[in-house]
Design a protein around this ligand. Structure first.
Ligand SMILES: NC(=O)c1ccc[n+]([C@@H]2O[C@H](COP(=O)([O-])OP(=O)(O)OC[C@H]3O[C@@H](n4cnc5c(N)ncnc54)[C@H](OP(=O)(O)O)[C@@H]3O)[C@@H](O)[C@H]2O)c1
Length: 351
């Protein structure tokens, strides 16, 4: 099995390489791919240095059985079809293909059957990995939907700097010391404090702050990040009329997205009944106070603060956290690869 990791030098790519090693995915050969900026450098894989290839190399997908893409939407749009053309199945982490009707959008614990079968493979040879916030929300919502019939949900996210990749983490890290050193200015004149540092990745200074605009502004004042939560949730849960009210917020956390969710169901729901459905759901753990810091680097999504609504017996309120680079990206990608293997959708080429 020859596996290409496209975006191997990035925040998601780093976890992809680690998970392929740790979960002993049966790849005989890995092809690490990035931009021309990184080409020729080396990264370790299974104890050996592997030379990074440029995505623009003509033969980079030759003999590749499976290509895991994490290098941005425009890169995937342009190059994933090249990998398919060369005979690989693609699992894509970007937003490029998620809403394409011919591309399954898969959370392995939620809708694994949409991945296809050897007789009905994914029509475009591409399987999409959902957005990291949507992914985290899907686990408890699916557990609850199966019992209480989901009608809709209001979600306010608290998304980590790392959701914007390594550059998002670096920008936050560079802001912390100068702002901390500003001392009283953080209390007396926050506007001046915010100007002590630069921001290019996040919409405003993120250290010691909360930034309620995340993504590009799209329709009706919502951002593209917020619309992903609407559209991807509907596709994954197979509920085209799901009513979703999203607000996405960036917070000064390195890794780990959190979401406060208020979900409405057709049936009445109690906290105890909800907990019994969520406990034991694959990939989900129940914690009294789940925090992103404590779940950074962990595979599980954690749900807590589970409360029946004070006024509406059809509504449940809860808080969910998950590592955006793991379950939100690299882990689900590798789980999809494992699913493809288990279902006979990928086999090593005869060489
Ligand atoms: N961060 C998250 O929480 C998260 C979650 C879910 C999905 N995703 C998606 O995963 C993808 C990668 O995100 P990330 O956070 O890992 O970003 P990142 O840290 O900025 O890494 C980007 C990676 O893509 C490569 N790349 C960029 N432009 C390229 C090009 N033109 N040709 C070839 N390689 C190119 C970079 O290579 P160089 O090092 O050579 O520049 C690097 O390896 C994005 O599509 C993102 O939307 C991210």
């Amino acid at each position: 099995m020859r596996v290409a990791v496209v975006g191997a030098t990035g925040a998601v790519g780093r976890d992809l390489r680690r998970l392929l090693e740790e979960r002993t995915f049966p790849c005989d050969e890995v092809v690490l791919v990035a931009s021309e900026r990184s080409a020729g450098g080396v990264l370790p894989f299974r104890g050996r240095d592997q030379v990074i290839r440029a995505l623009t190399d003509r033969d980079v997908f030759d003999g590749v059985d499976l290509a895991l893409f994490s290098a941005g939407g425009s890169t995937s749009r342009e190059h994933a079809p090249r990998a398919v053309e060369a005979g690989a199945l693609v699992v894509d982490n970007s937003s490029a293909w998620r809403m394409d009707d011919e591309v399954p959008l898969v959370v392995v614990e939620v809708n694994p059957d949409t991945v296809g079968t050897p007789h009905r493979p994914p029509p475009k040879g591409i399987i999409a990995n959902p957005n990291c916030t949507t992914m985290t929300a899907m686990l408890p919502l699916k557990a609850l939907h199966d019992a209480f019939d989901l009608v809709g949900f209001t979600a306010t996210s608290f998304q980590a700097a790392g959701g914007a990749g390594q550059k998002g983490i670096d920008e936050l890290a560079a802001q912390i010391e100068p702002l901390f050193a500003a001392g009283d200015l953080l209390r007396s004149d926050g506007r001046s404090a915010a100007k002590l540092v630069e921001h290019h990745v996040h919409e405003a200074t993120l250290a010691f702050n909360v930034v309620p605009l995340l993504g590009a502004e799209a329709a009706d004042g919502y951002t593209d990040e917020e619309l992903k939560l609407v559209n991807e949730s509907r596709k994954i849960l197979g509920l085209p009329d799901l009513v979703v009210t999203p607000t996405c917020v960036r917070v000064p956390v390195t890794v780990g997205h959190s979401i406060a969710i208020s979900a409405t169901f057709q049936r009445q729901v109690t906290a105890a009944a909800a907990l019994s459905r969520m406990e034991g759901f694959p990939g989900l753990v129940v914690e009294h106070v789940p925090t992103p810091l404590e779940f950074a680097g962990r595979d599980e999504v954690a749900v807590g603060r589970v409360r029946a609504d004070l006024f509406d017996p059809h509504v449940l309120n809860f808080f969910v956290v998950g590592d955006n680079l793991l379950k939100g990206a690299a882990l689900n990608t590798v789980q999809i690869a494992e699913l493809l293997l288990a279902r006979g959708l990928i086999t090593a080429k005869q060489r």
